[in-house]
Design a protein around this ligand. Structure first.
Ligand code: NAG
Ligand code: NAG
Ligand code: NAG
Ligand code: NAG
Ligand code: NAG
Length: 454
């Protein structure tokens, strides 16, 4: 869809442009609405959708549910708000001729309402994301969410996660008695922000500019250059006044306005679907090198969380075997995209044959690693442990299902959506036994800052 080329009256222009964002919203990466991965929720936020058809085996009863969530829709961070303010101020400083530059005129008229104090906080839509997710999970697993079951709720210390946890709890409703000894949200950053506590990750990836060389190269590359030139021309700005970061902030604003306010902002009119694919790739490249397969330490640092998940599954199996009540039937933990992405990489999901590189944008068109499909706002990875009746004595009693964003996932070792607990543990034996957070995260003694040492 062609953006604002013709000189049109402002109102008409906005109407004409409205459908454009529908074409862009699939490329918002980590700023994607949850509805992008579950479009049926647009019509009915409580509908279980097509995934509901795939019910667990009838002879199986769920024993434990473990959910690792990303917080709901949030406001931009202070840094993003600052950069947006700069870009907006630039458009106000050189008032464009509305006829020659309708996009610049529309953006100059756009009210800049974001404040730095919003700094990544949970938006009202984010609370709804969580309340509705809680209600859908409860509807999907009524036996587990039934009255008097204990809910263990943990969270990252970030305000948006704590608020998300509280909203999730509220979503379960007042009629649901969850036991008297239930604690409020328990902060646990060693599990939910393991990346902050991993010295090797912090030094060699997070704080090492060289580690993001593919991202920097793509920002300077031919695909981004084309986007930059188009945006500069639409805004009637010299291209030297723009850079990849400013263009990215304009695109982010388009995504924030849709996620937070459910509106198509004039910022979206700067981009075509082709541009959006380039900017999505830029976002995915960063995720890949910082949180995904780019460096082993990205995913290895999550083994503390991975092992914690299996310790609780083990415990539930033990309790079940000795006919004891399950002490933790419901464990819900709220973290970040940065919590989920490494964990999924550790388990081998969404791995492409070739790495994501600055120079293989075209070859990666059909890549599996698309952050918007994996970790949109309110993304959730759910492990469900079942106890199954052994009508057939040689059949394993304990089975596991994994759901990502409420859709059953195929296991790496079988391509099936249900696995025996024994097979699953066997497949991940090496990580369970040989990945030790403390050792993995120790900084190497020698002075390495070169990327190839990672
Ligand atoms: C966080 O979780 C881990 C693993 O379950 C536990 O060992 C640790 O004590 C918890 N930390 C806090 C502060 O609750
Ligand atoms: C968002 O906007 C669309 C189209 O304008 C509308 O159909 C939908 O109901 C809105 N959603 C919410 C949650 O307000
Ligand atoms: C029991 O299950 C095993 C493995 O799934 C199968 O090989 C065997 O034929 C089954 N036996 C009966 C009596 O159904
Ligand atoms: C799962 O399916 C993929 C694609 O069809 C195939 O390449 C892979 O070998 C399969 N894995 C297993 C364990 O069957
Ligand atoms: C590591 O090497 C870099 C450059 O070679 C140097 O600037 C830095 O001070 C060294 N760090 C340590 C801890 O030796």
């Amino acid at each position: 869809m062609a953006p604002c080329r013709a000189a049109a009256p402002l109102l008409l222009l906005l109407l004409v442009l409205r459908p454009a964002s529908a074409g862009l919203s699939g490329y918002f990466g980590t700023k994607s609405r949850y509805e992008e991965v579950n479009p049926h929720l647009v019509r009915d936020p409580l509908s279980l959708g097509p995934g509901a058809i795939e019910s667990p085996p009838v002879t199986c009863a769920p024993l434990q549910l473990r959910a690792v969530l990303r917080h709901g829709t949030r406001y931009p961070t202070a840094g993003q708000v600052r950069r947006l303010g700069e870009l907006h101020a630039r458009l106000l400083r050189r008032p464009a001729e509305p006829a020659a530059c309708p996009a610049a005129a529309a953006l100059a008229a756009w009210p800049m309402w974001y404040e730095e104090s919003l700094d990544g906080r949970l938006a009202p839509q984010g609370r709804r994301d969580m309340e509705q997710l809680a209600r859908r999970l409860a509807a999907r697993f009524p036996a587990l969410f039934a009255a008097r079951r204990r809910l263990a709720l943990a969270s990252s210390s970030k305000h948006r996660c704590l608020q998300s946890g509280a909203a999730f709890r509220r979503g379960l409703g007042p009629d649901l008695s969850l036991g008297g000894d239930e604690v409020e949200v328990q902060v646990n950053d060693s599990l939910m922000r393991f990346f902050d506590h991993c010295a090797k990750f912090v030094a060699l990836v997070e704080e090492n500019d060289a580690a993001m060389c593919q991202v920097s190269a793509f920002k300077e590359g031919p695909e981004m250059k084309k986007v930059l030139e188009k945006v500069a021309s639409a805004l009637c700005l010299p291209v030297e006044e723009l850079n990849a970061d400013l263009v990215q902030v304009a695109f982010l604003t388009c995504s924030y306005e849709l996620a937070i306010k459910n509106v198509t902002s004039p910022w979206c009119s700067l981009f075509t679907e082709e541009d959006a694919k380039v900017l999505e790739y830029l976002n995915d490249l960063k995720q890949y090198w910082k949180r995904g397969y780019g460096y082993d330490i990205n995913s290895r640092s999550s083994c503390i969380l991975f092992q914690d998940i299996f310790q609780h599954l083990d415990k539930a199996v033990e309790e079940s075997k000795s006919s004891k009540p399950i002490s933790s039937p419901l464990i819900v933990q709220v973290g970040h995209a940065e919590t989920l992405q490494p964990l999924l990489a550790l388990m081998g999901f969404f791995k492409d044959k070739e790495p994501l590189l600055a120079n293989n944008f075209a070859r990666q068109t059909h890549r599996k690693f698309r952050s918007g499909r994996i970790v949109p706002y309110a993304a959730n990875l759910v492990f469900v442990l079942y106890h199954c009746d052994h009508m057939n004595a040689s059949r394993e009693e304990y089975q596991v299902q994994m759901l990502l964003n409420e859709r059953p996932m195929s296991f790496q070792h079988s391509n099936e959506t249900i696995s025996t607990y024994a097979d699953l543990k066997d497949y991940y034996r090496d990580i369970l036994e040989n990945c030790h957070f403390k050792e993995e995260c120790e900084l190497p003694k020698v002075n390495v800052t070169a990327v190839d040492e990672l």
